[in-house]
Design a protein around this ligand. Structure first.
Ligand SMILES: [Zn+2]
Ligand SMILES: [Zn+2]
Length: 505
């Protein structure tokens, strides 16, 4: 990683295949704390805190308690207020020289800040849902500037915003050489539409035959994951009436359909089920139906009756790292646990759901890289199948494991289009008359909305502006003034800067 003061770095999986590459993340933290200063490590969730603290404890460092002291203060929203405050004080005074925690840790004051390291800065957990909505990465970057602290932004796949910092020349780029990357990562294969077409009816099953063979083969060697999209459901051919899975009347195999209007055909025995009816409700119509993660797990149980199926999602409960050692883990992206030594294989289904909006391909690919990083190396037989029609750039990045190229390419594209993060998103909510007043607010003698460096983005019920970096601060100040005036008269108004931004693609 070198000694760069501000570095965006692309991690590669280590032999442990833990949820974050602990050696690489912790080495600079330990270095900084061994000197005169304090080190802050910001991670997205409880899983990452547990992994980091466990490793630090194994290295002989103790977690801070007021009673016995220690080197590592932990700031975790799920701890009680007393424990949090005690740990906050330990970091503030420098009694504990390492501070590890989630989003609020970005604000942790320390006496001699030497390093702020942030893992997976693209994780959605870093968006503060409370006004004034500072993003932990923004806070960390400001501190790096004002406090002269070293800043490391690491992840399996860089966020678009981190890539933009590199494109701006604000941060350096750190990536391992190609040989080390190839050595470390699993084989990744993206099953796009044409590939599924070639497979025949089974190809259009939510779990195409090719992918299922990888699951079966992997199970002989270790645990396998099946990742369902963020929303927690897959779309599958099922009974339009009761949502029951479509099953071959001849052999109980899964049914597929080559297209709308084509007869359902069995993937196992090849029989066309012309007079298909639902064995449960006797419905006669098949449709593409949303199947939630529990139903997906049930179907996998039917497809592989002797295999243990574990479910991990926000709704059903999130499995801890190392909790599973065999069988199939069905999970949503944020809930996928690491397994000791890595998964033998993984299948990501519905990888293209939620795409079609500008900028989302980097975010989605980041999730898929995060899951694939938990799979054994190609040399150790690790394979990942990604099912979905991904953009060519995202597909190429996954298959060649070049997440940085994808993020930097997207960042450059956005710079050319004048989209965030190169311009700032300013969102102003209030009654229509107030929105009009905002549009007419003069900056440098020109109404806001007429300025060449400000564009309004069509939006329902809000004024959404893209403002060039030069003018953005003035726009924010002007609109903040309006919010104050409005609330003084009891009118509700709200200002949000650099919130999530999506436009229809
Ligand atoms: Zn039915
Ligand atoms: Zn059949």
């Amino acid at each position: 990683m070198g000694g760069d003061a501000r570095l965006v770095w692309e991690a590669i999986p280590d032999s442990d295949r833990s949820s974050l590459p602990l050696d690489a993340v912790l080495a600079p933290v330990l270095d900084a704390a061994e000197g005169d200063g304090s080190a802050i490590l910001i991670v997205p969730d409880a899983r990452a805190i547990a992994a980091a603290v466990a490793r630090l404890e194994k290295d002989g460092l103790a977690r801070w308690t007021t009673r016995s002291g220690g080197e590592v203060a932990v700031i975790h929203t799920e701890d009680g207020p007393t424990a949090r405050y005690e740990n906050y004080l330990a970091g503030l005074t420098g009694s504990a020289r390492i501070v590890v925690g989630t989003r609020p840790t970005a604000f942790q004051p320390v006496p001699r800040p030497a390093l702020i390291s942030m893992w997976a800065d693209g994780n959605s957990a870093y968006h503060d849902p409370h006004a004034p909505y500072p993003h932990a990465r923004v806070v960390a970057a400001i501190r790096a500037e004002t406090e002269g602290t070293r800043l490391l932004l690491g992840g399996w796949a860089p966020s678009l915003e981190a890539a933009a910092l590199v494109e701006h020349g604000w941060a350096a780029w750190g990536v391992a050489d190609r040989a080390s990357v190839r050595e470390a990562v699993p084989a990744v294969d993206v099953l796009t539409g044409p590939r599924r077409e070639e497979e025949g009816p089974g190809g259009w099953h939510w779990m195409p035959g090719t992918a299922w063979r990888v699951v079966r083969d992997g199970l002989d060697r270790g645990p396998v994951f099946v990742l369902v999209p963020r929303a927690g459901y897959v779309t599958a051919l099922a009974c339009a009436r009761c949502g029951g899975w479509s099953v071959c009347l001849n052999c109980d195999g899964p049914l597929g359909r080559e297209g709308e209007g084509c007869p359902p055909t069995c993937r196992d025995c090849g029989k066309e089920n012309l007079d298909w009816h639902c064995p449960d409700c006797h419905g006669r119509r098949l449709a593409e139906v949303r199947q939630g993660i529990e139903k997906v797990a049930g179907e996998l149980k039917r497809m592989a009756p002797s295999t243990r199926i574990h479910v991990s999602s926000a709704d059903s409960g999130i499995l801890d790292d190392g909790e599973v050692a065999d069988g199939i883990v069905v999970a949503t992206p944020g809930a996928l646990p690491a397994v000791s030594g890595g998964y033998a294989a993984g299948v990501i289904v519905g990888a293209d759901s939620g795409l079609g909006r500008v900028g989302t391909e980097v975010d989605s690919a980041r999730l898929w890289f995060g899951a694939a990083a938990l799979v054994r190396s190609r040399k150790a037989g690790g394979r990942v199948i990604v099912v979905g029609d991904l953009e060519p750039a995202a597909r190429r990045a996954l298959e060649t494991w070049t997440p940085g190229d994808l993020a930097r390419g997207a960042a450059r594209e956005r710079a050319n289009l004048g989209l965030p993060p190169f311009r700032r998103v300013i969102q102003f909510e209030g009654p229509p008359s107030l929105l009009d007043e905002a549009r007419g607010k003069e900056i440098g003698g020109t109404p806001l909305i007429r300025r060449p460096d400000v564009d309004e983005v069509p939006s329902d019920g809000a004024l959404v502006l893209l403002a060039g970096r030069g003018v953005a601060q003035e726009v924010v100040v002007a609109l903040r003034g309006l919010v104050k005036e409005a609330s003084a008269t009891g009118v509700k108004a709200r200002l949000r800067v650099d919130g999530p931004f999506e436009i229809e693609g």
